[in-house]
Write a protein that binds this ligand. Structure first.
Ligand SMILES: [Zn+2]
Length: 226
């Protein structure tokens, strides 16, 4: 089934965000939530970058080891991550297109975190309902349910997807996806070399840095639903 998408354009911190939703299914609430999600993603990255320094806060150092599989040369790995996140942050700060997709085709869809990832970004090449590749359309996709019910997760997803789009990050199956509650990877075995190219490592790291600074992280009035 070919879907017809409508378009809303909002300005978030001075740059345009074009939000596309299925016509007749879209809502103002989605537009407001996406505005908060984009604003949050930019802020998380902006605040995480200065934490990546030669003598990091011990809490940040521990989170870095957890998310990036304890690289032997932490300083060099932090430089790499800082460079990647900086590029993602630059692109997220410019005009940006986001498509909010319906999930009524989600047979077997697991509602929470991991399921969202499999459904949206399980693999390097992803396909739309009509068979066109998402990458060719040049837009980041986030599920509508996630946007409305779990905007913190949607923010993590935005950074994750932006990593694929802007710096060619990959997924490494269960080894590269965090569990629903973000307590660790879904399966052991991710190497530090892979972690430096893994979308979820970077997205979850920024979330965890924010959580370590602020204790709770709220987006659009909600914390993370796990
Ligand atoms: Zn992915």
């Amino acid at each position: 089934m070919v879907r017809i998408y409508g378009k809303d354009t909002v300005t978030v911190n001075g740059s345009k965000v074009i939000i596309r939703q299925v016509l007749f299914h879209g809502s103002k609430e989605v537009t407001r939530a996406v505005t908060d999600i984009v604003s949050s993603a930019r802020a998380w990255i902006r605040m995480t970058l200065p934490e990546l320094r030669s003598k990091p806060d011990p809490k940040v150092g521990a989170l870095f080891g957890e998310c990036f599989a304890n690289p032997p040369d932490t300083a060099a790995a932090m430089n790499t991550v800082r460079s990647s996140l900086s590029t993602i942050g630059n692109f997220l700060g410019r005009e940006l297109g986001i498509k909010v997709r319906e999930d009524d085709d989600a047979h077997g869809y697991v509602k929470q975190y991991y399921g969202n990832r499999v459904h949206l970004v399980g693999g390097v090449i992803q396909y739309e309902d009509d068979g066109r590749t998402i990458a060719r359309q040049g837009e980041v996709h986030i599920a509508k349910d996630t946007v409305l019910e779990n905007p913190v997760l949607a923010t993590i997803t935005l950074i994750h997807e932006a990593g694929h789009k802007f710096v060619n990050f990959q997924d490494f199956d269960d080894q590269g996806y965090f569990k629903d509650d973000l307590s660790g990877y879904s399966a052991p075995g991710l190497t530090w070399q892979q972690a430096l190219r893994n979308a979820d490592s970077h997205a979850v790291f920024t979330y965890k840095v924010m959580e370590s600074k602020f204790k709770t992280v709220m987006v659009h009035g909600r914390g993370l639903v796990t």
